[in-house]
Design a binder for this molecule. Structure first.
Ligand code: FES
Length: 306
């Protein structure tokens, strides 16, 4: 997250142009009496459009104009990263998204381009004063990562090469094309649309035909038929399977046990020798002879030794 502080160097004063002042007065009138503070973001934004950034005198001016404490205007200006708190490039201030999806998709390369072509540090205008940059948090176009914002537009699906070309165009004053910088349309899958591609959906021929309902019914019937076929297949497979082994006769007190492997038997005997007092597992726990004393000591019901 970029640090949101006011610039160290500030102008002496601030004033809106007469046109912008008239606009600001009209904007405030849109809000009920006593609610003029609701116009704070719109007015700060107009100031940024006029000056290129929001200075400390401008923040004070807004506080007086809207009858708000300065601190509340400062809170708004420092909270939203769309407000620039330091002078930026004359032609463009480039905000590079550095959040995880963009970083994974190559934002690091875009930051290298910024450092080599604009300035090694964010918020420092380039040598000719045309450009500046900063790293910001997610700008909501993650599906087209990596991307940058040059207010008011975003430029997406960038590579170091296409970003370099974008910078060339800005410096040369050529018109920019916002959005993906590839042949992708908006956030469609790369390579074009994969669903809803039937031309009838767009030529108007299905309007009023109930075609959507018919298609839905067809899909439901097809799914049900597939489920019935699957169940029939499973039943046929079960019928063909060999009969299970005969169950133990009723009344058989103990089912047959798995035979004990000879190696296991040998190990068990060896363990018995290692642990002389081992309990004989073949006798029930109630048998006094399984106790360590061999049942010599009688224990009363109450638990007291006799
Ligand atoms: S992570 Fe970059 S736009 Fe969301």
């Amino acid at each position: 997250m970029s640090v949101r502080r006011l610039a160290a160097e500030q102008p002496e004063s601030f004033a809106l142009t007469p046109e912008n002042l008239a606009w600001a007065q009209k904007t405030v009138e849109k809000f009920p009496a006593g609610r003029q503070a609701s116009a704070v973001i719109q007015i700060l934004w107009r100031i940024q459009e006029q000056e290129g950034w929001v200075s400390e005198p401008a923040i004070r001016w807004v506080g007086e104009f809207l009858d708000m404490p300065y601190i509340r205007v400062l809170e708004v200006a420092t909270f939203y990263t769309m407000f620039l708190l330091a002078p930026v490039g004359r032609k463009a201030h480039i905000q590079v998204c550095g959040t995880t999806p963009c970083m994974i998709a190559g934002a690091g390369e875009l930051l290298k381009v910024c450092r080599s072509r604009i300035h090694a540090e964010p918020f420092h205008p380039s040598a000719n004063g045309d450009l500046s940059w900063e790293e910001v948090e997610c700008l909501g176009a993650c599906v087209n990562a990596p991307m940058v914002q040059i207010v008011p537009d975003t430029y997406e699906d960038l590579t170091a090469e296409s970003f370099g070309k974008l910078i060339d165009d800005i410096e040369a004053g050529r018109p920019l094309e916002p959005g993906p910088q590839t042949d992708r349309f908006n956030s469609m899958p790369i390579g074009g649309a994969r669903v809803l591609t039937s031309p009838e959906l767009y030529d108007g021929s299905m309007i009023g035909q109930g075609a959507g309902l018919a298609a839905a019914r067809e899909a439901i019937a097809a799914r049900e038929a597939a489920e019935v076929a699957k169940a029939a297949e499973a039943a046929a497979a079960a019928a063909e399977a060999p009969a299970p082994a005969a169950a133990a006769p009723a009344g058989d007190p103990a089912p047959a046990k798995d035979p004990v492997a000879p190696a296991v038997k040998v190990q068990a005997e060896a363990d018995k020798e290692k642990v002389p007092n081992q309990v004989d597992q073949s006798k029930p726990a109630s048998d006094p002879s399984v106790r360590p004393d061999g049942g010599k000591e009688q224990v009363a019901q109450s638990g007291e030794k006799k």
